[in-house]
Design a binder for this molecule. Structure first.
Ligand code: NI
Length: 233
């Protein structure tokens, strides 16, 4: 079986910096690599091939907190068909249009075990039926955000390094050892496949505040839609 082993080597670590994590040990004042699922202001935009972008007169809907599909346990991809490959290609485009660095299928309403990532090494990677087979005992804290919980960012503690196995879009199994931002994004997207959002990994009071604000917003939007419907009838 074909097996690809990649190791993402971080820049020479600053021994005096703490915490000792590639993603979060940038020198003070340096631009942090990116917040998970959203790129920092001032960073160069993703380059999107025009032939791919042109198919997008309207973007895919990105599902947000409160919608059921985000809480379901996604099912494995049974077969990697052309339809799945098109979905992956579309997800890369949507991820870039949304200024994200990762996107999981449930976020666009498809309850499938599949996500795409383009993190700090800028390589496009698709993970089909992934499994995290090893995690480091060292943990690190990093500020995460999510396209499904827009505009909220919180520090989340996760293992610093992971080993993940998955199939790529050609159906080949690969093994990837990752650390830093790449490990962070993979864990965040992997959680989406189990119906877990980053807010489930923060202090309950902070989570409650975010959920409450989303509920309020959803209620306002529903009232507005009802008013419009009454006017139109
Ligand atoms: Ni997310």
């Amino acid at each position: 079986m074909f097996s690809l082993l990649l190791s993402i080597t971080p820049a020479e670590p600053n021994r005096t910096a703490k915490p000792a994590c590639h993603a979060c040990s940038q020198p003070a004042g340096a631009l942090r690599p990116a917040q998970v699922c959203s790129r920092p202001a001032g960073s160069p935009p993703h380059l999107i091939d025009d032939s791919r972008r042109n198919r997008y007169f309207t973007s895919m809907k990105v599902y947000t907190l409160g919608e059921e599909v985000l809480r379901e346990k996604a099912v494995p991809v049974a077969e990697i068909t052309d339809e799945i490959r098109t979905l992956i290609s579309d997800m890369f485009v949507q991820m870039k249009l949304s200024d994200g660095i990762g996107l999981a299928a449930p976020q666009i309403g498809k309850s499938l075990r599949l996500f795409v990532v383009q993190a700090d090494d800028d390589v496009e990677r698709a993970f089909i039926n992934p499994q995290i087979i090893e995690t480091s005992t060292e943990l690190c804290s990093y500020e995460e955000g999510c396209l499904s919980v827009p505009k909220y960012y919180e520090e989340v503690v996760r293992p610093e390094r992971i080993t993940v196995q998955a199939l790529n879009e050609r159906g080949r199994r690969f093994t990837l050892e990752a650390d830093g931002l790449l490990a962070r994004v993979i864990q965040h997207e992997y959680d989406h496949l189990d119906g877990i959002l980053f807010i489930d990994r923060i202090a309950p009071d902070k989570k409650d505040k975010i959920v409450h604000k989303f509920r309020e917003k959803a209620e306002k939007e529903q009232k507005k839609a009802e008013k419009t419907a009454t006017k139109d009838s």
